[in-house]
Design a protein. Sequence first.
Length: 222
Amino acid sequence: MADRTPAPDTPELRARWGGFAWTPENKKIADWHIAKYPEGRQRSAVMPLLDLAQRQVGAETGTQGWLPLPVIEYVAKYLDMPVIRVLEVASFYFMYNLKPVGKFHVQVCGTTPCMLRGSDALFETCKKRGMVKGGISPDGLWTLTEVECMGNCATAPMVQINDDNYEDLTPERLDAVLDALAAGQQPKTGTQEPGRHTCEPLGGPTTLTAMVDANHDYRGEW
């Protein structure tokens, strides 16, 4: 699983990120999130603000983004929270990266349903491209992380890359997705199984078939 310890608090880290502050646009977004909560409950906005900060770091570095300690401290100060409380949130949720990542953060599910459906082969596919778990590939494009279940068991195996899910994967289908991303394209998200729309059975639904094309009231038949 991913290492959830923060990047070392070095002078170089402080020199690079010690002056972090919201961009004018992101300040509006941060204040919008805070305004959702009643007076005295502004700390409830810590999760969206951490996500916003990570995205700002990503925009500045050309990567998926991460949370250096000075950035976590900035969010804590903005919300008048103890830094340790913000760090607790950032280190608990896998949506936050505590170390630098590449342009594309490839999160492969290794939990039982995905493992039984071939996730080991997906890890091998990533390895052939120079990806190492927890590291950044030499070309700066990829960071590979093994994660726990992300809720797509019906379309396993699946991978999350940045904000998008790719499901029903094989090594060949994952290669096609990665090739498209590397070429600056946006591959189709969701299931990669031809003819499948979401997570319905292959070949189409076998029950409630009258609901395929229109809303059908079954109550009279029950």
